[in-house]
Write a protein that binds this ligand. Structure first.
Ligand code: FES
Ligand code: FES
Length: 208
């Protein structure tokens, strides 16, 4: 190995060398794609449907959907699960919050096809028959709503928070619902409800 080669190997790949390598890699990958016998992804026509299976509140649903449909649209308009509310429809208000694999997500910003293979929980899924879930019960007890429009989303955000953090501090609660706007300004009650829900859960041995 010459002196220069030795120095290069000591320093690792130089920036110029890295760019050169990337160029070769990109060309190689383009060439491979070009030579591949595999057909390119099928382009769907407007209005064309695709079949998906969604697991919602523990029930499986087989559905025909357009790839552009949001999970919010499918939940409300195709499955009648209207507990999930329509607000801004652009990821700003949180009214449409559901849990996907236990984490709060905006259903308006999630395509239904993206949700396939994941576990979806909506407000309806927190009920135990006719009985309210702990977070729903706590919102009722703490009077954590005025007009109520943001409430389903707030409840789902708190539910998601408590699943990952059963004993949140006030700061963690504030952070947990920070993606959910309440135009009525019922925040103090919402924070208290989240604390109450954590206590209710603890008294039930962690059950939702
Ligand atoms: S409706 Fe989804 S964030 Fe507002
Ligand atoms: S209770 Fe009215 S928007 Fe929150």
């Amino acid at each position: 190995m010459g002196k220069k080669d030795h120095e290069r190997s000591q320093k690792g790949v130089t920036r110029r060398g890295f760019l050169r390598l990337m160029g070769v890699g990109a060309m190689a990958s383009t060439a491979t794609r070009g030579l591949s016998a595999e057909p390119a992804g099928k382009v769907m026509e407007p209005g064309e449907m695709t079949k998906i299976r969604l697991l919602i509140n523990g029930r499986r649903h087989g559905l025909l959907v357009e790839p552009r449909w949001s999970l919010l649209f499918v939940l409300r308009e195709k499955l009648g699960l209207t507990g999930t509310k329509v607000g801004c429809e652009r990821g700003e208000c949180g009214a449409c919050t559901v849990l996907i694999n236990g984490e709060p997500r905006y259903a308006c910003m999630t395509l239904a096809v993206e949700a396939e293979g994941k576990e979806i929980t909506t407000l309806e899924g927190l009920m135990k028959g006719e009985q309210l879930g702990t977070v729903q019960q706590a919102f009722l007890e703490e009077d954590a709503l005025q007009c109520g429009y943001c409430t389903p989303g707030q409840i789902m955000a708190v539910e998601g928070l408590l699943r990952s953090n059963p004993d949140p501090s006030l700061e963690e609660i504030r952070h947990g619902v920070s993606g959910n706007l309440c135009r009525c300004g019922a925040y103090e009650h919402i924070f208290r409800a989240a604390r109450r829900a954590a206590d209710l859960r603890r008294s039930k041995g962690g059950a939702a």
